[in-house]
Design a protein around this ligand. Structure first.
Ligand code: SAM
Length: 343
């Protein structure tokens, strides 16, 4: 399969696939078959660098929200970021993801400087940013300085549901406009959402899939909603593991060409989350390259799994573990355009 096709699934089928627990294994098998047709048994690694947990936003679900006073706030320096990349490059990583809260310290000029320095050191790596909503001009400057991809989950495509997750000043329209701006500029773009976020119902999830069909994303990142005790949503429940697996599978079926991670949240909610996520059609893992202090304080939710590779041997162990499931970790950039190139 070399064509970038989207498969539209009717609403009743989607509803059944999302809600029926007994379909988890069948959907996973179907999705795994598709990812093998498109990407073979390759797994792409992304080195995650959590650049800051300082955020001007107050999303009701997120542990690094502005109003959380119980968090040790940090921001990595340019040198910290580059040395995390040095470590990752030595291990074979060819994509780095810089993710963080919406931290005003990371101005356009500052980020351009960091991006240029990283691209100068490692011209062949892909750089992904996940720094939230920014102006068109910022996105363009980052792209021109070497950023290749951008992750910005839409979180919810139903305006009423979006409103229940975010304070009034945060607008779904704005977030969606950011995603379209990123596409226009030329980024490989990733959307996504949390599964079982508070007040979410099946129709909201279907609305998300429909929005993504219109967006035509290159990447889709989803994970279960997980409780952070330091947020107004502390009394809600963790999202369902198996529903998340079914949604990973559905996304692979709808977007056969897409880059889909088995996320840290999936690995946190279940010890076999990463493995079963890959078996449900995911083809990307994002080990954490952040320094230890950052890892400890980038607490989006409680009990976050630490999937770091503190030592080079850990990557070899990961490769062995994934080989035992029939997957092959490759030291490649892993662009969306690689689909159909299975070797
Ligand atoms: N500030 C950037 C942004 O808004 O896209 C990137 C950082 S943000 C913390 C990254 C993602 O973490 C969000 O898109 C959200 O889906 C996820 N997240 C935040 N709180 C979470 C929670 N309690 N459970 C699961 N995922 C969560």
């Amino acid at each position: 399969m070399t064509k970038r096709e989207i498969k539209h699934i009717d609403k009743d089928t989607l509803k059944k696939w999302i809600e029926d627990e007994s379909l988890t294994e069948d959907l996973s098998k179907k999705a795994d078959k598709i990812r093998r047709e498109v990407y073979g048994n390759k797994i792409f690694l992304r080195g995650l660098i959590e650049v800051s947990n300082i955020c001007k936003n107050d999303c009701y679900y997120c542990g690094i929200r502005k109003s959380n006073r119980n968090l040790n706030r940090y921001r990595l320096s340019k040198e910290d970021i580059l040395s995390a990349a040095d470590f990752g490059y030595e291990l074979g990583f060819r994509t780095f993801v810089m993710q963080g809260g919406e931290d005003g310290f990371f101005t356009r000029d500052y980020m351009v400087d960091v991006l240029k320095a990283m691209k100068k050191r490692y011209p062949e790596v892909a750089i992904t940013l996940s720094l939230g909503e920014r102006s068109y001009e910022d996105y363009k400057a980052f792209y021109d300085a070497g950023a290749d991809r951008y992750l910005l989950r839409e979180e919810s495509s139903n305006p009423d549901h979006y409103r229940k997750l975010h304070p009034y000043e945060m607008k779904l329209k704005n977030r969606q406009e950011c995603l379209y701006n990123l596409k226009k500029i030329g980024y490989q773009v990733g959307g996504g959402f949390m599964v079982d976020s508070p007040y979410q119902n099946t129709d909201d999830l279907i609305e998300d899939i429909r929005f993504l069909e219109r967006l035509e994303p290159d990447m889709v990142g989803i994970g279960p909603y997980l409780v952070s005790h330091d947020t107004p949503f502390r009394d809600f429940k963790d999202g369902s593991f198996t529903k998340t697996l079914r949604l990973v599978a559905i996304l692979r079926i709808v977007f056969p060409y897409a880059l889909i991670p088995a996320t840290t949240a999936l690995g946190t909610v279940n010890p076999r989350g990463r493995e079963l996520g890959l078996k449900a059609g995911a083809n990307v893992l994002m080990p954490n390259l952040s320094p230890q202090t950052a890892k400890k304080s980038y607490n989006l939710y409680d009990n976050k799994l630490n999937t770091g590779l503190e030592a080079a041997e850990a990557k070899k162990d990961l490769e062995k573990e994934l080989a035992s499931f029939g997957y092959r970790v490759v030291d490649e950039r892993g662009d969306v355009t690689d689909f159909g190139n299975k070797n």
